[in-house]
Design a protein around this ligand. Structure first.
Ligand code: 8ID
Ligand code: ZN
Length: 328
């Protein structure tokens, strides 16, 4: 039985109040499924969407969220790829972005394009799998984009956050040596427990470039930038090794890549962008999760706590990923 109304978190203007209240349950278009969302991760992109700080307008009013995991409860007349009861996720398609230009997973029932939505295997831990659906896929794809070989060093900048804590583990699972960069002792502990061989604290290091070059015996072969910091991106080109690959993933508002051209040229550095992943990447990233090679470092709180989660995220205080339980 699908209700007419449900609880959701909605905002009417960028940066305005986020209201947890009763809103209508959306109706799926012929090509969409309706998902009963059980859990949704909170990605830093959701915070950017609320602020409206990217050169891409969000829909208003907006229900954010794009790391939802739930059960298919209805489907449009053209949908053949899902059955009712299947486990699914409202994915981040390229043009119509869940939680950005399409109401997302910060509500109890969400619609998603049936072609883009990912299938989740029976018996999967639904709270744990939620962050895999954006953060996991994104960092897995970024690591593929870095094109490294087992035994090489990968530096993860922003390693203690949602994307970073998964990047450390995917990196390890892919046979890489992981150097983690973030701030604070609790993030150091988290990164080391997930398999980072070295942790560099950006709040304490006097010379981060030198520390990383020393720890890796000449610089990182690859860098995955998931921090929300223009400065960290500039530094990453400097501690990348000769022929190093620097992958840009984090999207600090208004940022530009600023790095000495001379170094980039004489070291023949490659700078590449990487944006989420396709359906094949999603199914591969989920496979790593279901085989137990990566764990979701999550803390679960109620959907009504979203404003508080954003506040903590802004202050860089979240360890790993916060996941919202839509029943609370
Ligand atoms: O497809 C994509 N490219 C994609 C997909 C998903 C998310 C991009 N993103 C973007 C988000 O929009 C955001 O800009 O990646 C960025 C990180 O998302 P997140 O992992 O969800 O954010 P977080 O959990 O807040 O983690 C950020 C971490 O960076 C650290 C913080 O301490 C935090 O742990 N950090 C910062 I801010 N400055 C740092 C610095 N200078 C730093 N770590 C190292 N050095
Ligand atoms: Zn995301």
């Amino acid at each position: 039985e699908i209700p007419e109304t449900q609880y959701g978190c909605i905002f009417y203007e960028n940066g305005g109040p986020i209201e947890y209240k009763q809103i209508p349950v959306p109706k799926p278009k012929p090509t969409e499924i309706l998902i009963k969302v059980l859990y949704s991760g909170v990605c830093h992109t959701d915070l950017h969407a609320w602020h409206g700080d990217w050169p891409l307008d969000v829909k208003l009013p907006l229900v954010g969220g794009h790391e939802g995991a739930g059960i298919v409860v209805a489907k449009g007349s053209n949908v053949t790829s899902f059955e009712l009861g299947d486990l699914a996720e409202p994915n981040c398609p390229k043009a119509d972005l869940s939680g950005y230009t399409h109401d997302g997973s910060f509500q109890q029932y969400a619609t998603a394009d049936a072609i883009q939505a990912a299938h989740i295997a029976e018996g999967t831990d639904m709270a744990g799998v939620a962050p895999i659906l954006c953060a996991g896929v994104t960092v897995y794809k970024a690591l593929k984009t870095a094109d490294l070989r087992a035994g090489q060093w990968v530096a993860i900048s922003g390693a203690g956050g949602g994307l970073g804590s998964l990047a450390v583990q995917y990196g390890r699972a892919m046979g890489l040596r992981v150097l983690a960069i973030d701030g604070g002792d609790d993030k150091k502990e988290l990164c080391e427990s997930l398999g980072a061989e070295v942790f560099i604290d950006f709040t304490k290091s006097k010379d981060i470039v030198k520390d990383i070059v020393d720890a890796t015996g000449g610089g990182a072969h690859g860098v995955i930038n998931v921090s929300v910091s223009e400065k960290a991106i500039a530094q990453s080109c400097q501690y990348a090794r000769i022929l190093g690959k620097v992958v840009l993933v984090g999207l600090p508002a208004g940022a530009e890549v600023k790095t000495p051209v001379f170094d980039a040229v004489v070291k023949s550095i490659q700078i590449k962008g990487s944006y989420v992943g396709n359906r094949q990447d999603t199914s591969e990233a989920l496979d790593f999760y279901s085989r137990g090679l990566v764990k979701s470092p999550i803390k679960v709180v109620g959907l009504s706590e979203l404003p508080h989660v954003f506040e903590m995220m802004e202050q860089g205080k979240i360890l790993g990923r916060m996941v919202l339980d839509t029943s609370k």
